[in-house]
Write a protein that binds this ligand. Sequence first.
Ligand SMILES: [Zn+2]
Length: 428
Amino acid sequence: MIIRNVRITGGEPADIRVTDGMITEIGPGLAGAESVDGAGAIALPGLVDLHTHLREPGREDAETVRSGTQSAARGGYTAVHAMANTSPVADTAGVVEQVWRLGREFAHCDVHPVGAVTVRLEGRQLAELGAMADSAARVRVFSDDGKCVDDAVLMRRALEYVKAFDGVVAQHAQEPRLTAGAQMNEGVVSGRLGLTGWPAVAEEAIIARDCLLAAHVGSRLHVCHVSTAGSVEIIRWAKSKGWNITAEVTPHHLLLTDDLVEESPVGAYNPIYKVNPPLRTRADVEALRAALADGTIDVVATDHAPHPVEDKETEWSAAAMGMVGLETALSVVQQAMVETGLLDWAGVAQRMSVVPARIGRLAGQGQALEAGAPANITLYDPSVRIEVDPSAFASKSRNTPFEGMTLPGRVVATFLRGRPTVLEGKLV
Ligand SMILES: [Zn+2]
């Protein structure tokens, strides 16, 4: 099969020959009958998400492995890491293998389970990290995401333990006592609205501590969903020491601010903007964009967090925290990073495919599009502008803060080892 007339990471038009799931030739005017017309779209290596909540097992009303990976494919993803805060929690070899098997059976992209750091995410006792690493799921990323591993001794032990199999601990940095009852970013808006504030220091203190711990034991640390300018400063300092630290930012933290909680198109206190970590200030957004551009923040990760309507469309204080993100991620990154001149398409490919695959230690993903690489390919048309319509999502959930916004770009096609999962914007 030949994928015709695409621009590899935004370069000159070329054709891609795919044979048995691999890219075998790239060049202009390749000969061959069976072909897909790329129509000048940008070709990126299939996107890789380090932070997806697929909700299965336990909350299949919000999302399943099938629907979540359909959502991923529509967003241009060929691999996702499935977070461990399911029910039961993915804290044993048995549960991570169950998720891995569901992925093999039903998924529209590769599914790599994340293992919990502590038993039941309770922060009291280390989970079976080695057994999960040795299981069929071959877990390399461990996280209590949704909760912070706030016990410094447990965090140290986890960092030490994962060294044996080149794993990484992905920390949800949230000091629990500083954020008890917190509802939104602590600042002038939370003051005016009378909502309990979520101070930046609650994130920054944990990140600083964990960078020091990772350096002390010589291990790998990954910082989930960085949301403040101060966190960026700490990570920049830790990296300048040569420590083995990586970090991610979500699309929504690159575009939205806490002002929306007060002044959105549909009025104040709309729980669609309730998320953990919270939306921050314009100055934080600017610092996050600069950090993603200069490499202080390594990757974009969606933190795709589906919730059913009844958990979101309720009063602010009772509403669940989180936003879906897989189907809008690339468009938001185009708006926040490409159209502002901060990143080119090669830079987007690094931050949404190559580097996340490297952090997750995925062998068959995140490879540059060249002969000999697996044919994991996303075709993207950046020239259109489309109003976000959640009813068109493949996700079972609709909790997007971008509803009604006009965003640039559209995923035209996604190929997983040469097999189309999306063509002409539609699931195959
Ligand atoms: Zn989290």
